[in-house]
Write a protein that binds this ligand. Sequence first.
Ligand SMILES: Nc1nc2c(c(=O)[nH]1)N[C@H]1C(S)=C(S)[C@@H](COP(=O)(O)O)O[C@H]1N2
Ligand SMILES: [Mo]
Length: 306
Amino acid sequence: MAYKTVLKYSDVTPRADYLNRRQLMGGAAGLTAGLTLGPALGASSDASPYSADLETTALEDISSYNNFYEFGTGKTDPAKHAHQLTIDPWSVEIGGMVDRPGTYGLEDILGKVTLEERIYRFRCVETWSMVVPWVGFELNQLLSLAGVQGAAKYVAFETLYRPDEMPGQKTVSLEWPYREGLRLDEAMHPLTILATGIYDDPMPKQNGAPLRLVVPWKYGYKSIKSIVRVTLTDKEPQTTWNMLQPSEYGFYSNVNPQVSHPRWSQAYEKPIGGGLFAKRQETLMFNGYEEEVARLYDGMDLVVNH
Ligand SMILES: Nc1nc2c(c(=O)[nH]1)N[C@H]1C(S)=C(S)[C@@H](COP(=O)(O)O)O[C@H]1N2
Ligand SMILES: [Mo]
């Protein structure tokens, strides 16, 4: 599959500056508890304001410790089995409350959007975390291609259902296909991306090739993989984990250190790849993206709407 040239942080910043900044920011990020986005540190305006200056997790770790129940429930099952998945050709069915419903080929989509690197924190409800340098484009660009109608309030997503290539769909008792959803304003937010790669590589299959959602202020399960259907609707969509256990998994699933899951206190998280003695870190409200997204939830009770 051909990938469009990606505009990377390192392409728009002279290399010496880039390396300097990386070192500088790496140090700064290690000292401050919070997440610092590019310009907040007085950095050059070259960096995407949405990309974080944090030390990234190694690709080896990002692509070997996964949740992708279509390939089994173990953390290493996806890396073992996802090679069976065929991803070329790939298309996304866009429907519901849109002006231009239809089957959109991935190649066509990639010809019409702007790919860029986004370094995001990623936080699973199981309390592990990573920092991933995604390559992707803002979901709002795809929604504009389809033309969202005024009555639409939510976006629903579905993963591929293909049991012949996804053995977990025969053995794991979730209701397939995997589904997720966002409120329209969450979907339109510039932090919300559809990712097609990690580092300079096309998306590893175990990470949700060829196209997966990334919503960095929500728990990882909202970031649905290998998407084949996007539907605009005026009703809150059903979501896989909420259907399984609504008391444990709410529709919003915003990272919140104050709202614990029955099996996992959410006060702390543990970075993956730091070795056996990696220090736990305090969980940040909205996973560190409070400044960018808190306003979306003004006036809402975040315990009730967990
Ligand atoms: N289709 C699908 N998407 C999925 C999952 C899944 O099982 N199936 N697991 C989710 C969960 S629980 C997490 S934490 C992230 C993990 O993404 P990663 O493997 O790229 O770290 O994918 C999410 N998206
Ligand atoms: Mo997760």
